[in-house]
Design a protein around this ligand. Structure first.
Ligand SMILES: *Cc1c(COP(=O)(O)O)cnc(C)c1O
Length: 364
């Protein structure tokens, strides 16, 4: 039985002295709102994570998705195809534009949107497809991209969980008309709260207007917009984290490789050929009493885990649809995410492997 003080949490945000010093410097400057820190963060983020595509900072990943869709012209009467097996922000952002999210099923192995399932739900109202790079694994951007261009649809990316993931050497967030990264504390890097929108063409200009009341020049409002600005305080945290995220991703991948090699009796997560998975989550399938397995991990072994996501979006009271999505239902019943975060020690990794193997061997 583990003592409570050595409990291994499912996630552990890393905030250090450099982040505190960066925030202090902004506080001391007296300039707190969106300013030079945000501008620097945008260009540094663009250069290190999305091959230099123009990138716009906003106050959350959800704002990024919402404003990105609006900038792309999505609105009432449009349908946007999304996975149901994701965080609610994906479909919420579509619904908030007045468009209709249409839910399609996922692939049986990668947990990401299945191009064949997307093809089966296209209508004359479909305007776009928005896959999610769930858990840090790139969706099938080639299959989805082909489908989108064949039908004249826009392709958007919810890259909230996938900072640094690549497919055939190309970073996620650089395939779609826009790609959105979240900077929420449990994501692979954080700014406290925040979002980054990588954009194609001149979409960044509309996004900058939507972010700031429709103004580029003060009191010359060109369109109706929001206040979705990032503060310089948040950007200062994000800039420090950006210098560390590649090392953290390396550690996540190292931890995942150990699990791949050493876990027995549970289904380990397959990686798409050509993909670099950044393991926002390391998600196994437990086909027999997943919730009992998670409870035993916590109570008997002192190990946290997470179920992302127990209720698919199409069945949430907020959407309440009747789609039949068998792979989505199977994933919601089976998935369990183990701690894979970069601050895990070798002995914590040993404990996780031993606990999972013992429970799996016990028929858990
Ligand atoms: C976290 C997340 C979002 C929303 O990001 P916020 O910064 O929390 O608004 C959107 N989509 C997915 C898949 C996420 O995991």
């Amino acid at each position: 039985m583990s003592a409570p003080d050595d409990f291994i949490p499912a996630a552990r945000p890393i905030i250090g002295a450099e982040e505190r010093a960066a925030v202090d410097a902004v506080l001391a400057s007296g300039m707190l709102a969106q300013g030079a820190e945000v501008a620097a963060f945008e260009s540094e983020f663009a250069d290190s994570l999305v091959a230099g595509r123009p990138t716009v900072a906003v106050n959350s990943g959800t704002s990024g998705l919402h404003l990105g869709l609006l900038a792309a012209g999505i609105g009432p009467g449009d349908e946007v195809v999304v996975p149901s097996f994701t965080f609610a922000a994906t479909a919420n952002s579509v619904a908030l534009t007045g468009a209709t999210p249409v839910f399609a099923d996922i692939e049986s192995d990668t947990f990401t949107l299945d191009p064949a399932a997307v093809a089966s739900v296209l209508t004359e109202r479909t305007a776009g497809i928005m896959p999610v790079h769930l858990y840090g694994q790139p969706a099938d951007m080639h299959g989805l991209g082909e489908l989108a261009s064949r039908h004249g649809l826009a392709l958007f990316e919810d890259a909230a969980q996938a900072h640094g993931a690549t497919l055939d050497g190309r970073p996620v967030g650089s395939f779609g008309l826009f790609g959105v990264f979240s900077l929420y504390p449990t994501k692979n890097m954080t700014s406290g709260e925040g979002g980054m929108v990588s954009t194609d063409g001149d979409l960044h200009r509309t996004l900058r207007l939507l972010r700031n009341q429709g103004m580029e020049r003060q009191y010359h409002n060109e369109i109706v917009g929001f206040n979705a600005r990032m503060t310089d305080l948040h950007a200062a945290i994000g800039r420090v984290q950006l210098t560390k995220v590649a090392e953290w991703t390396g550690l996540r991948r190292r931890n995942a490789a150990r699990f791949d090699a050493e876990l027995r009796g549970v289904a380990i997560p397959p990686v798409r050929p050509g993909a670099t998975h950044v393991y926002h989550q390391y998600t196994i399938r437990v086909t027999d009493d997943r919730d009992g397995f998670a409870r035993a991990l916590r109570d008997e072994y002192g190990i946290g885990s997470g179920v992302y996501y127990p209720v698919p979006n199409h069945r949430l009271p907020s959407f309440d649809r009747t789609e039949h999505l068998p792979e989505t239902e199977r994933a919601a019943a089976d998935v369990l995410s183990l701690p894979v975060h970069p601050s895990l020690t070798d002995s914590e990794l040993d404990r996780i492997v031993a606990a999972v193997n013992a429970l799996a061997g016990a028929g858990g």
